[in-house]
Write a protein that binds this ligand. Structure first.
Ligand SMILES: [Fe+2]
Ligand SMILES: [Fe+2]
Length: 361
């Protein structure tokens, strides 16, 4: 059906003017209501209170959060692969149990985070589709290979260590469900960091060959770990808005510095050398100075050309396809349960019970 012009319906010019006036008043009322909502949102952010799923929020805030939390969730899930590679080859039962627990934790982190995106109206199946089609990103770090068992230790130490630096401030992020998920995730990340460091301490007190393995793994992971904080602040156009919304609490460079300051004494205690000739304590700044990561490599990895990008995505895609029967079975079971519940509600006894509960018997 096509819409009719009011003049076609024989409405007088005066009536048309009245209608336009009314419309204008409605627009004005809408604008006032919107301004009030925006002010309330700004006040909540300024007071450092949390925005909750039922609260009004600007569309751009919602979109930014969905993108960031989805990217975070994808990273947890893809991040299971590099270490999962070593579960079947862990050198002892103890190491295997630790590694299994850690990789399972990462799956849990992914699930909390997908659940957080759902409170914003996102659809998990849609996000998974975007990941496996390469339309949404995950952390660049998981596109590097794990070549020896020392990599398991170095990932725990450096990668989970960097993740902690990134994630602790997110426990105070402005969106409630994200902040609460991060509190639990950070507790588990701290176990991940410790198990990695403990493994490395053990290897460093082992044979010469084990010490060499630790050093070699450190050499390979150090720079990619520094890249985990994202590009330098000057090349990070979204940072200012995310900081204003208090989604982000520190800039990429601030977090990177914090990580370096935290890690250098740990490397010294461990007895490994960090592969950066420019790394030295700067007494004036009260921080370590350090060299510049290879940002061209970072861009290449983000563009899909890292050493393991294709392998990681292909593996994730295969796991998703292989899991189709589980999703179908779970949906069929849920539908059956719902149908049974509905049928039970229709029996005379259930109907009577319902009436009694409602006080209308
Ligand atoms: Fe995690
Ligand atoms: Fe972790």
């Amino acid at each position: 059906m096509t819409e009719q012009n009011p003049s076609d319906q024989g409405i007088s010019p005066q009536d048309q003017r009245d209608q336009r006036g009314q419309q204008g008043r409605h627009d004005q009322q809408d604008q006032h209501a919107l301004a009030a909502l925006e002010q309330r949102f700004a006040r909540t952010i300024a007071a450092d209170h949390r925005i909750e799923p039922r609260d009004w929020m600007p569309d751009a805030y919602r979109r930014t959060l969905i993108r960031q939390i989805a990217q975070h969730a994808h990273s947890e899930i893809i991040g299971m692969q590099p270490e999962g590679n070593w579960i079947s080859r862990a050198p002892s039962l103890r190491r295997k149990a630790i590694l299994l627990a850690k990789v399972q934790d990462e799956a849990g982190h992914g699930l909390y985070l997908y659940a957080a995106t759902e409170t914003l109206g996102a659809d998990r199946a849609d996000l998974t589709r975007k990941l496996i089609e390469g339309r949404q990103r995950y952390s660049s770090i998981f596109n590097y290979p794990t070549l020896t068992f020392a990599d398991v230790g170095v990932i725990g130490w450096l990668v989970d260590g960097a993740a902690i630096c990134n994630q602790v401030p997110l426990c105070r992020t402005s969106y409630g469900p994200y902040a609460r998920a991060m509190i639990r995730i950070c507790k588990e990340e701290s176990f991940h960091q410790r198990q990695g460091y403990e493994l490395l301490l053990t290897m460093m007190s082992g044979t010469e060959q084990q010490r060499r393995m630790v050093q070699e793994a450190t050499d390979r992971w150090w720079w990619p770990a520094l890249m985990m904080f994202g590009p330098p602040d000057a090349d990070s156009p979204n940072t200012a808005q995310s900081m204003a919304w208090r989604i982000k609490r520190d800039t990429n460079d601030e977090l990177r510095q914090k990580f370096v300051d935290m890690t250098v004494p740990q490397a010294e205690k461990l007895g490994v050398t960090l592969p950066d000739p420019e790394l030295r304590w700067n007494p004036e700044r009260g921080h370590y100075d350090f060299g510049t990561p290879d940002w061209a490599e970072f861009k290449q990895v983000l563009a899909g050309n890292g050493p393991c990008n294709a392998q990681r995505l292909a593996h994730r895609r295969r796991a998703h396809e292989d899991g189709a029967w589980v999703r179908e079975a779970a949906s069929a079971y849920a539908a059956k349960q719902a149908a049974r519940a509905a049928a039970r509600a229709q029996t005379p006894a259930a109907a009577r019970e319902q009436r009694e509960r409602a006080g209308v018997a």
